[in-house]
Design a protein around this ligand. Structure first.
Ligand code: PLP
Length: 390
């Protein structure tokens, strides 16, 4: 593999798999729980390229390892670990980094299960400080008990963007690891480690795998953090990704760049269309020039792309749920980042677990709908939204 190869080439070839004996360069799905141990001829233990033993698929599996190579390269990192869901990755991160007396800082508007799990760690003496999702408030909350700051690149569902450069500077001054959930942005437009973050997490369920057909997650960071801490927690928690899912995630990655670019362009066009629609009160999309978060997103994100999620407010709030029932091509379903366009009603899905008073303060009211744009023809999406809004 060439050094300094470009991003799109890494999407296709970053897994590094190449079986010279059979001439196979597609990554096989290694459906096996065990590996012969020790090697009969030499009597030696089999080891992976990170020095761990290859003996049992709860610890290491070659299909999963190929995905980990790919993810590490995409995020310009040394290594990664793949998990059987985004929440498995996040829970492993918590087990590994937090202890009795630690404080974790999470913005109020973050994936609700990420917040919920952190709050439930109070029974082990972990304190969760939920802060307003703004650069100043996050920095203000950092103190000597802070063990990690966990941010999402783009918040869900209101699509806020905080200044990760400023926050990362504040974290580095105090030697506190900054963790970025990069699910919404993907390394196509934002590479958190280049902006001073210590760890990146992903729900690979979304854009990384990209076809709404698997659930998976990943942690991407340096080799030392993985070997001293995270790898062993994954072994104990038993939440490694399974080989079929790893294969599908790898296949998804090979088209990540073209998918994300087309989806982002569709999203901008749909956002512009909705802004002009007489039944729409407000559109939120960081790619819109007059969006509150455009200037910061423009500073942080590459390629003039802003992702595939558009949030909008329907006039006369009670009608929002009706729009959900009327769409045809767009499907009413949770999740995001796949080839199908999906519409969700945040007050009963992503934001359901956020306390009602916090939800209101964040603007997640009954008139809000969140749209995850897919790969359909954008004219069909606009027509579908138009008839549903009418
Ligand atoms: C930003 C973000 N992080 C993490 C998760 C959890 O991922 P998973 O559903 O793969 O467990 C989600 C799920 O929607 C999410 O949106």
């Amino acid at each position: 593999m060439r050094k300094n190869q470009r991003f799109d080439t890494t999407c296709v070839h970053g897994h590094e798999y190449n079986d010279q004996k059979l001439g196979v360069f597609k990554v096989p799905i290694f459906v096996t729980s065990i590996f012969e141990q020790p090697e009969r001829e030499t009597g030696e233990t089999r080891v992976t390229d990170r020095g761990t033993e290859l003996k049992y698929s709860r610890e290491e599996n070659p299909t999963v390892r190929a995905l980990e190579h790919s993810l590490a390269k995409l995020e310009s990192a040394e290594d990664s670990l793949a998990f059987n869901s985004g929440m498995a990755a996040i829970s492993t991160l918590y087990f590994s980094f937090l202890e009795n007396g630690s404080k974790i800082i999470i913005p109020l508007e973050s994936y609700s299960v990420t917040i919920q799990l952190a709050e439930e760690l109070s029974k082990f003496g972990v304190k969760t400080e939920k802060v307003w999702p703004s650069t100043d408030k996050i920095i203000e909350a950092i103190d000597s008990n802070t063990k990690i700051v966990l941010l999402e690149t783009i918040t869900n569902p209101m699509l806020r963007v905080v200044d990760i450069d400023e926050i990362s500077k504040a974290c580095q001054e105090r030697n506190i690891p900054l963790v970025i959930d990069n699910t919404f942005a993907t390394p196509i437009i934002f590479k958190p480690l280049k902006h001073g973050a210590k760890v990146v997490v992903h729900s690979t369920t979304k854009y990384i795998a990209g076809h709404n057909d698997i659930v998976g997650g990943a942690i991407v960071t340096d080799k030392k953090t993985i070997s001293e801490n995270l790898w062993d927690w994954r072994r104990k928690l038993g939440n490694i990704m399974q080989p079929l899912e790893a294969f599908l995630a790898l296949r998804g990655i090979s088209t990540l760049s073209v998918r994300f670019e087309k989806i982002s362009r569709n999203a901008l066009e749909v956002a512009e269309f909705l802004k002009e629609h007489p039944r729409v009160l407000e559109v939120r999309y960081p790619g819109l020039k007059d969006d509150e978060y455009h200037s910061i997103a423009n500073k942080l994100f590459e390629k003039d792309l802003y992702g595939g999620v558009v949030t909008f407010r329907v006039k006369d709030g009670r009608e929002a749920i009706k729009v959900l029932r009327k769409v045809n091509i767009i499907k009413p379903a949770p999740s995001l980042g796949g080839v199908e366009s999906l519409l969700t009603y945040p007050v009963i899905s992503a934001a359901k677990l956020i306390a009602p008073e916090d939800r209101k303060r964040l603007g997640i009211t009954e008139d809000v709908l969140r749209l995850s744009i897919g790969l359909e023809d954008v004219e069909d999406l606009k027509e579908d939204l138009d008839q549903a809004l009418q």
